[in-house]
Design a binder for this molecule. Structure first.
Ligand code: ADP
Ligand code: MG
Length: 828
């Protein structure tokens, strides 16, 4: 049409007005036509001028306005990848890095050798690569290798509004790298792209940029979206509510794609299943579950015959460390995206589908979408749905801003999001489903108005919406920072407190992190003499140790990373890897404590409970292995499940969450690779038929666990000290005033060992320790010297750094931490 030709001419003119080199791109007419509709194209000249004149530029534009796919192309055409430097784009989500690189390669008619991606352990980058999409964690690792990022002429930080921890850190680092590069005569540009206008944390931040970078707003064409609130808000079964709403839309409303927002992978699959059943698209090709030889697996993993030997000791100084200047593995710093931590607590068939039998004449083309979905599966959402069908995408919040799905007219929003939470008392993070923010809810609604006016159905009331927070907080303020501090120390940023964070974590959180890392041996102990002020300073700028570098390369929290680093001793590595994997994946056992819905379910539950109790007892073993406690149960479960081929049937029968077991399997592979990268001589491999550990090895495992979870030590209150009955069978922890308890389902509930370490504390009817393992008192001063006071108890014990290796070690007695528990004497 005329208007289009005019627009094209205009753009052509803009190109001509650019003084810089122009690298031609050979796009197909269809692609060219589609591009011209994108709002960001109208701003190309403004953007490129700003980039030429400023070291840093911020671009804000609605999701779908073309930022991710087009801005790298603008830069390419303007010659930013024509020299030795390439264009790098970071994404907080793997799914976006992979799919956007494919899309841009296709639009530019270039091979994936030129437009490539790199995510943890996977990528297609070559020497010819000019545009590289990657996850933020990957770029962070590259900065560690080359602080100046000399391979790049431009870095684009995409999805900055998500405020992911690594994005925040990257912006902080790049605010220093860019001026440094310019000073050295190797100019570099930084672009920060956000889907919201809330960018003050980056722009009005003196610590970050002395002159505020220009902000370019891309006006997106947005059609009106009518918002429909629910009258009431379902508190529990929002997946069911989403199902009913989707069915209604499909049956009663005019054509147009439906996009449903849920919180996690498990929910997505469950809803997809229900929808496909209600509106069959084609005969389902149900796969029969592989038959598992359950009984053999159990027999195999029963406690092996063990001979009595003297107790072995692990050696704290015998850890896997990185060879100097080596270890080229590329990984993301964290594990998984938030929406991948499924918590699939629904067992059995979903109720209430019968009344939703609908007119199957218009099939519903149901597609799942979440981060870890295989790329071929993800790509399906961008392709036109089969003729005569209605597209229905069931997604996690990846569809909120990272990916734009064409043809969506209806959005169904559950109003929730799965987030990582951190409990300051237990010190362990967890995933919880909470209300999303108003900004996110509006982003979700906006997905319905990309191509024509649309509708958004919110499965909650307007009153509830009014109570949502306006924006989501930066992730960095609501999560533990020890892993992040370790990553930064690994980048040789010793004074983390001085780092220009867009939103800084609390000083308190940074201090706690530094102390934990010192006691784990990941950071050098600060000096204990000198002026008070200098000592204070030193305490907050401890450099990393070789052990710390090895730990930083394992994609798990530092406590677990320490266990992995010590794991190679006494051939314990496969067990340590399995235990760490099981502890990292939440909820490997199905929740049998929840109340039953019906009488029928109740008897089923009772049966399953009995079965699981029996299995737990079997996995825990007896004698020596029993003392590894709940971690032995986890190890037994992993071993037995793997032996049975990790089938859904085995998991169902034995009260294990199938998804969790699959995740553990994936993680075991990943952790094994990570350990091999650090310590190739170990030659670790994943053995599906792993034999149970020997008695000897179980003792070592308990010590390794103690070395990692040292700050989670608890001691049973002695009978003579019990003045208040609430302390009966209670344990004292160093930091809490109230007693904590061993849960009745724990393998150690009847044993009540004097000293235990725990994975986390959960408050239900009482404060319960979870993941409990027994430790011997005499191991404590040896394996946790950082937490002990040696010699006669001090008058006023100082909480930290009172011991050191070397001089003060041969003492008659030792006491633990502030609590001053008397520990056996150590002979050095
Ligand atoms: P933004 O980054 O501003 O959210 P994008 O650049 O991701 O916008 O998307 C621009 C347009 O490109 C959208 O209309 C989207 O539907 C389309 N698009 C993105 N990826 C694909 C793909 N793989 N196939 C087809 N269209 C795509
Ligand atoms: Mg984008």
């Amino acid at each position: 049409s005329e208007a289009k030709v005019g627009e094209q001419q205009q753009i052509q003119n803009k190109k001509l007005s650019q003084p810089a080199i122009f690298i031609p791109v050979d796009r197909s007419p269809e692609i060219q036509e589609a591009r011209l509709k994108l709002p960001v194209l109208a701003e190309e000249q403004v953007i490129m001028e700003a980039v030429r004149e400023n070291p840093c530029v911020v671009i804000c534009g609605e999701t779908g306005s073309g930022k991710t796919t087009q801005v790298p192309q603008f830069l390419y055409e303007a010659g930013y990848a024509s020299g030795s430097g390439i264009i790098g784009i970071t994404e907080p989500r793997r799914v976006a890095a992979v799919s956007m690189s494919h899309r841009v390669a296709k639009e530019m008619n270039l091979s994936t050798r030129v437009v490539s991606y790199q995510i943890r352990y996977e990528g297609n980058v070559t020497d010819e690569t000019k545009i590289k999409f990657m996850t933020d964690g990957v770029l962070l690792k590259e900065i560690q290798k080359d602080f100046l990022l000399q391979r790049y002429s431009v870095i684009i930080i995409d999805e900055a509004h998500e405020r992911s921890v690594y994005t925040d850190i990257l912006i902080g680092l790049l605010s220093r790298i860019v001026p440094l590069r310019n000073k050295k005569g190797m100019p570099m540009k930084l672009l920060v792209m956000s889907a919201t206008l809330r960018v003050e944390d980056f722009t009005d931040n003196q610590k970050l940029f002395r002159t505020p970078p220009p902000v370019i707003k891309v006006d997106a064409r947005q059609f009106p979206v009518t918002i429909h609130f629910n009258k009431r808000t379902p508190l529990e079964d929002y997946t069911g509510e989403a199902f009913h709403k989707t069915c209604k839309i499909h049956r009663m409303l005019p054509p147009g794609g439906i996009l449903v927002f849920l919180t996690g992978q498990a929910e997505v699959h469950s809803l997809c299943r229900r929808l496909r059943k209600a509106f069959p698209f084609r005969k389902g090709n149900t796969t029969t579950d592989e038959e598992a030889d359950t009984s053999e697996a159990m027999r195999k993993f029963k406690k092996a015959k063990q001979k009595k030997t003297s107790l072995p000791r692990i050696d704290l100084d015998n850890y896997s460390a990185l060879p100097v200047d080596e270890g080229d593995e590329d990984r993301e710093a964290g594990i998984g995206d938030e929406d991948d931590e499924g918590s699939d607590l629904d067992i059995g068939d979903d109720p209430g589908d019968a009344e939703e039998k609908a007119d199957p004449s218009i099939p519903l083309y149901v597609l799942p979408l979440y981060s870890l979905l295989a790329p071929e599966q993800q790509a399906k959402v961008f392709r036109p749905s089969p003729p005569g069908t209605r597209l229905c995408v069931v997604a996690t919040n990846v569809a909120e801003t990272s990916l734009t799905i064409p043809g969506i007219k209806y959005v169904v929003d559950c109003g929730r999001v799965k987030k990582r939470f951190y409990d300051r008392v237990t010190g362990v993070s967890s995933f919880k489903v909470t209300w999303t923010s108003q900004a996110s809810a509006n982003q979700r609604a906006g997905r319905a108005g990309r191509t024509e006016p649309g509708h958004c159905y919110r499965l909650y009331s307007s009153a509830v919406f009014g109570d949502f927070s306006l924006f989501s907080e930066a992730e960095i303020t609501r999560r533990p920072v020890e892993d992040l501090v370790l990553q930064m120390k690994d980048l040789n940023i010793d004074k983390v407190v001085n780092f220009p964070f867009p939103t800084p974590p609390s000083a308190e959180a940074l201090v706690a992190a530094e102390q934990l890392l010192v006691s784990l041996g990941a950071l050098k102990e600060p000096p204990r003499t000198g002026r008070v002020k200098e000592m204070e300073q030193a305490r907050l700028s401890c450099p990393i140790t070789p052990l710390g570098r090895a730990m930083a390369s394992f994609p798990v929290a530092p406590r677990y990373a320490k266990m992995l680093a010590l794991g190679k001793q006494q051939d314990c590595l496969p067990y340590v890897i399995s235990v760490v994997a099981a502890m990292t994946v939440r909820e490997i056992f199905v929740d049998l404590d929840r109340p039953a819905g019906s009488e029928d379910e109740s008897s089923k539950l009772t049966q399953r409970r009995a079965r699981l109790t029996q299995m737990r007892r079997l996995w825990a073993g007896q004698g020596a292995s029993l003392l590894l406690g709940d971690l032995m149960v986890m190890l037994g479960a992993v071993g037995a499940c793997e032996f049975a081929g990790c089938t859904p049937k085995f998991c169902e029968e034995n009260g294990l969450r199938y998804k969790a077991m699959v995740e553990i399997r994936r993680l075991r592979g990943q952790l094994t690779n990570a350990v091999n990268a650090v310590c190739p001589e170990v030659g670790a491999f994943v053995d599906p038929k792993m034999a149970p550990p020997t008695e000897h090895q179980v003792v070592c495992l308990r010590q390794i666990v103690l070395a990692g979870l040292g700050d989670h030590l608890a001691r049973r209150v002695q009978a003579e000290d019990i003045l208040d009955p609430k302390w009966k069978n209670g344990y004292k922890t160093p930091l809490m005033d109230d007693p904590v308890f061993i849960h009745p389902t724990s393998a150690l509930f009847k044993t009540l060992p004097e000293f235990v370490v725990y994975q986390e504390i959960m408050e239900t009817t009482k404060m319960y320790m979870r993941g409990v393992s027994a430790v011997e008192a005499e191991w404590v001063p040896e394996l946790l010297p950082q937490y002990c006071h040696f010699g006669p108890p001090l008058e006023s014990p100082q909480p930290w750094f009172c011991s050191s290796s070397g001089t003060v070690r041969c003492h008659r007695s030792s006491t633990f931490f502030r609590v001053g528990w008397q520990l056996p004497a150590v002979e050095m």
